[in-house]
Design a protein around this ligand. Structure first.
Ligand SMILES: Nc1ncnc2c1ncn2[C@@H]1O[C@H](COP(=O)(O)OP(=O)(O)OP(=O)(O)O)[C@@H](O)[C@H]1O
Ligand SMILES: [Mg+2]
Length: 259
């Protein structure tokens, strides 16, 4: 399965992406985590040590690779380039590995005159779309906050999207905008995950906000998860058993949906 994780800023997208990727790796699923947030920090949530993090070169900074594969010069607009660049070896060559998870960081793509059709975006889109997953393989894509990335459609090759929502109207409104745009690019399997839930009313608020949509899971507010961001350890290592169980339940539900 190829899953993107989306939602308003700070709702817990990277937390969920890291927890799911690590749980998959524990289950011996070969998982590629793609950090497509320009302010990349999935590596931290995965607990990648600082020395390794320093070695990560985001794909967007690999000018030679982008130019070689797309046949286009970066920052030169109006040129012809390949719309189907060769990407089959990119995961193997450019991912770092940590606790069974392969991680690729996309990095910040400069927005220019050619909008979504710049060589960098074409390459990333091809990477997601052309990646052939066998049984027991998965792609988890941690998205940038909000809806802008949906306009670039680098995410159009995924099978489904989890939209993280916290109890609050702003995050619900953002999720609804994401659902609308995801429909526009043909994504049909869209599921809500409620995060930082503190009480029954919180959960009811999220459920009532999406009466026609399945809530794939609920993650309670967890001091341990919050503190994990200060320790260098992964989200999953820090999560107490109850929180770990909610991540496990989300993964089980996902597997059911994408069987
Ligand atoms: N269930 C939770 N309980 C407590 N804290 C949480 C929970 N989920 C996430 N957090 C904390 O909230 C903060 C934001 O989480 P995270 O970075 O995963 O969000 P994000 O949606 O990826 O943010 P961004 O939009 O900046 O990429 C982090 O400090 C994280 O530790
Ligand atoms: Mg994030």
């Amino acid at each position: 399965m190829k899953i993107a994780i989306s939602g308003k800023g700070g709702v817990g997208k990277s937390t969920l992406a890291a927890a799911l990727a690590l749980l998959m790796a524990e289950k011996k699923i070969k998982v590629l985590a793609l950090d497509s947030d320009p302010a990349a920090n999935l590596a931290v949530a995965l607990g990648v040590p600082e020395e390794t993090r320093k070695k990560i070169v985001p794909i967007a900074m690999q000018k030679a690779l982008i130019e070689e594969r797309t046949g286009a010069k970066i920052k030169q607009y109006g040129q012809m380039f390949k719309l189907n660049p060769e990407v089959s070896d990119i995961a193997a060559k450019f991912a770092i590995n940590h606790n069974g998870v392969s991680l690729i960081v996309v990095g910040a793509i400069e927005k220019g005159g050619s909008g979504c059709a710049c060589p960098e975006n074409i390459l990333i889109r091809a990477l997601v779309t052309d990646l052939i997953l066998h049984k027991n393989e998965a792609l988890i894509m941690d998205m940038e906050a909000g809806v802008e990335h949906l306009g670039r459609a680098t995410v159009s090759g995924v099978d489904g999207m989890l939209i993280v929502v916290e109890p609050g109207q702003r995050s619900v409104d953002c999720a609804k905008a994401i659902i609308g745009m995801a429909h526009d690019i043909g994504l049909k399997k869209l599921y809500i995950v409620a995060n930082r839930v503190t009480c029954h009313e919180d959960e009811t608020f999220v459920k009532n906000s999406f009466p026609d949509r399945e809530i794939l899971g609920t993650i309670l507010f967890s001091q341990e998860v919050r503190k994990s961001d200060m320790t260098g350890k992964s989200v999953l290592e820090c999560a107490e058993p109850e929180t770990r169980k909610s991540f496990e339940s989300i993964l089980n539900n996902l597997e059911r949906m994408f069987k």
